[in-house]
Design a protein around this ligand. Structure first.
Ligand SMILES: Cc1ncc(C[n+]2csc(CCOP(=O)(O)OP(=O)(O)O)c2C)c(N)n1
Ligand SMILES: [Mg+2]
Length: 546
C-alpha cells in the first residue's frame, strides 16, 4: 500500500520523469513523501512561474513533459503564465497541484490558499484540468495526461488533488501501466494525393513549424527530393542545417517570403499555425494561390486560416515518410522525369531559395548584424550551444537570422503568449535536459528583472549557464513603439540595478565587456567555469552601436 502522493511519484517514475520543479507548501508536502526514495530530482525555483518556465525549457530540449508540483491558490495562479506560454507553443507540461479538502470545495469559507473554481480558471491554459476524486483513479488520469503528450498536440495538463486525498491510501500498482497510444499516421488516399500534387508541380514551397521538430531527417530528404525551398518558423529553426542550399529563411511578414509563398504552385505546411508572432512586427494573413497541403496533429488547426486544400491529420514524421515514398513510386513509374534528389547550389530550388534569402536579408532590421555577430562569438566559444531567449531586442534580431545546428536548440518567449521573465528559468530547464551542452540565455534588463531571483536557483541546481544581458535601461521595444506613434513615453524608462553586483551577490561570475575582444574573452572564460556567468552588454557602449 502507498498513499496517493507516493503512488503519484511512482507513476511519474514509471513514465520516465526525471525532474519535478516546484515549491512545497503545507498543502503539497504529501506529494513529497515518496520523492526522496525515488529517482526524480526536485528543483526549487524562487517563484512558481520559474517552475513552469523551467519545465518548459526542459520539455523543449528533451521532448519529454516537464513536471511541476505547486500549492493550490497562489502557487497555481503564479504558474499560469508559464502554462500560457507552453499552451501557445504546444509544449508538454504536467502541473500537479493540491486543492482544498473535498468537503470544502466551493464553500467559500476563506480556507488557506482557497481559489474558487481553480480548475475552471486553469482550464484556459491546459489541454484538460482534472480534479481527482478518488485515489484509485490516479493511474487512469495520469495515462490521459501522457496520452496527450505523446498521442496528440502536446500542451499543459493540470491535475489537482484535494489535500485529504493526497494522504489517503491508494490501491493499484504501477506495474502494467496503460499502453499509451502513439500519434496517428496519414490515410493512403491522402498520401497519394499529396504525393501527386507535389510530384506534378514546378514551384513547391515547404513551410515548417514547431510540430516538425522531431522529423529533421525526413524533412530534409523530402525537401531535397522535391527540390523545394524551405521556410521555417522560429520554433522550427535547426530543421535544415546552417547553410543548406534549400534554406529560404524565416518571418512571413517579409515581402520576399510572402511573394515566394504566393507564387508557389503547391505549399506543403507541416506543424505550423501560421502564428502572428511569426510575422512580427507587421503580421498579415499569408496569401496562398497554389494548393495548400497542411499536415498537423491537431484537426482543429487544419480548418483555421489559411484554409487547406488537403488537410492531413497526422504525426509530421509519419506523413512525411509516407509522402516521400509516394513521390518515389511516382518518379520510378514516370520515365520522363529528371531525377532530382541531388540538390546542389545550382538546382532550380536552391536558386529560388537563395533568391528569397538574399532578398529577405535586405529587410532585416539594422540591429540584426550586431546581434548576429554577438551570437556568433557566443557559439564560437560555446559550440553546440542551446540559445534560450526572452522578449528583447537581441531575440527579435536573432529570430530573423540565427541558424542553429539542429532542432530543439533555439527558442524564446517572443513566440505565442509572448511573456517576459522566461529566459533565465527556461535556460535552467534546458541545461538540466542537456547537461553536456552549453546554454546561452539572452534577456533584456526588463525581462530579467521579472525572474532575477532564479539566479539563486541556477546556483542551487548547478546549471552553469551563460546569461547575455542586453541592458538598455528600459522597456526598449515598448518605448520605441510609443515614440513611433507620437505617444510620450511613460512607464518605460525603468530604474535598472547594478546587475554585475547582483549576479555576484547570487554567487555568479559577472563581467561587463567594453569591446568585442573583451566579450570574446569573457565568453571563453565562461566556457571553462562551473558557475553560471552573467555577461552584461551595455547597449550604450560604443562597440555595440549600429
Ligand atoms: C508579462 C509581460 N508584460 C508586459 C509585456 C510587454 N512588453 C513586451 S517587450 C517589453 C519590454 C521588455 O524590456 P527588456 O526586457 O528590457 O527588453 P528590450 O525591449 O529593452 O530589449 C514589454 C514591457 C510582456 N510582453 N509581457
Ligand atoms: Mg531593456
Amino acid at each position: 500500500m502507498a498513499t496517493c502522493g507516493e503512488q503519484l511519484v511512482r507513476l511519474l517514475e514509471a513514465y520516465g520523469v526525471e525532474f519535478a520543479f516546484g515549491i512545497p507548501g503545507v498543502h503539497t508536502v504529501e506529494l513529497y513523501r515518496g520523492l526522496s526514495a525515488s529517482g526524480i530530482r526536485h528543483v526549487t525555483p524562487r517563484h512558481e512561474q520559474g517552475a513552469g518556465f523551467m519545465a518548459d525549457g526542459y520539455a523543449r530540449v528533451s521532448g519529454k513533459p516537464g513536471v511541476c508540483f505547486v500549492v493550490t491558490g497562489p502557487g497555481m495562479t503564479n504558474i499560469m503564465t508559464a502554462m500560457g506560454q507552453a499552451y501557445a507553443d504546444s509544449v508538454p507540461m504536467l502541473v500537479v497541484s493540491s486543492v482544498n479538502r473535498t468537503e470544502q470545495l466551493g464553500m467559500g469559507e476563506g480556507r488557506l490558499h482557497e481559489l474558487p473554481s481553480q480548475s475552471r480558471i486553469v482550464s484556459g491554459v491546459s489541454a484538460f484540468s482534472h480534479t481527482l476524486l478518488h485515489p484509485d483513479q490516479l493511474s487512469q488520469v495520469m495515462a490521459r495526461a501522457f496520452a496527450i503528450f505523446s498521442g496528440s498536440r502536446p500542451r499543459p495538463v493540470h491535475i489537482e488533488i484535494p489535500i485529504d486525498l493526497i494522504a489517503r491510501q491508494a490501491i493499484g500498482s504501477v506495474v502494467g501501466l496503460r499502453a499509451i497510444p502513439k500519434r496517428p499516421g496519414p490515410r493512403p488516399q491522402e498520401v497519394e494525393r499529396a504525393a501527386r500534387l507535389l510530384f506534378e508541380v514546378k514551384k513547391p514551397i515547404v513551410i515548417l513549424g514547431g510540430g516538425a521538430v522531431d522529423a529533421a531527417a525526413l524533412v530534409r530528404s523530402l525537401a531535397e527530393d522535391l527540390d523545394a525551398p524551405v521556410i521555417n518558423t522560429i520554433n522550427a529553426k535547426g530543421l535544415l542545417p546552417p547553410g543548406h542550399p534549400l534554406r529560404a529563411g524565416e518571418n512571413m511578414a517579409f515581402e520576399p517570403i510572402r511573394q515566394a509563398i504566393a507564387a508557389a504552385d503547391v505549399v506543403l505546411a507541416v506543424g505550423t499555425e501560421f502564428g502572428e508572432t511569426e510575422m512580427y512586427p507587421q503580421p498579415k494573413d499569408v496569401q496562398i494561390t497554389g494548393a495548400l497541403i497542411r499536415i498537423d496533429i491537431d484537426p482543429e488547426q487544419l480548418v483555421r486560416k489559411p484554409a487547406a486544400d488537403l488537410p492531413i491529420v497526422s504525426d509530421a514524421g509519419l506523413a512525411l515518410e509516407a509522402i516521400s515514398a509516394g513521390v518515389a513510386i511516382m518518379r520510378k513509374s514516370d520515365v520522363k522525369t529528371i531525377q532530382t534528389g541531388s540538390v546542389g547550389i545550382d538546382s532550380p530550388g536552391a536558386r529560388r531559395a537563395t533568391a528569397i534569402r538574399t532578398e529577405t536579408t535586405k529587410h532585416w532590421w539594422p540591429a540584426v548584424l550586431l546581434h548576429q555577430k554577438i551570437a556568433g562569438l557566443a557559439c564560437e566559444a560555446l559550440p553546440d550551444a542551446i540559445l534560450v531567449g526572452d522578449q528583447t531586442e537581441p531575440i527579435y534580431a536573432l529570430n530573423q537570422c540565427f541558424e542553429p545546428m539542429r532542432p530543439r536548440s533555439y527558442f524564446n518567449s517572443s513566440t505565442g503568449y509572448g511573456t517576459l521573465g522566461y529566459a533565465l528559468p527556461a535556460g535552467i530547464g534546458a541545461k538540466l535536459a542537456a547537461p553536456d551542452r552549453p546554454v546561452v540565455v539572452l534577456a533584456g534588463d526588463g525581462g530579467l528583472q521579472f525572474s532575477i531571483g532564479e539566479m539563486a536557483s541556477a546556483i542551487e541546481a548547478k546549471t552553469p549557464l551563460v546569461l547575455l544581458l542586453w541592458n538598455n535601461e528600459g522597456y526598449g521595444e515598448i518605448k520605441t513603439y510609443m515614440q513611433e506613434r507620437a505617444i510620450t513615453p511613460i512607464g518605460v524608462d525603468i530604474f535598472t540595478p547594478d546587475f554585475v553586483a547582483i549576479a555576484r551577490g547570487f554567487g555568479w561570475r559577472a563581467s561587463q565587456p567594453r569591446s568585442f575582444v573583451e566579450l570574446a574573452e569573457a565568453l571563453k572564460v565562461a566556457a571553462c567555469t562551473t558557475l553560471p556567468t552573467l555577461i552584461e552588454l551595455r547597449a550604450d557602449a560604443p562597440f555595440l552601436q549600429y
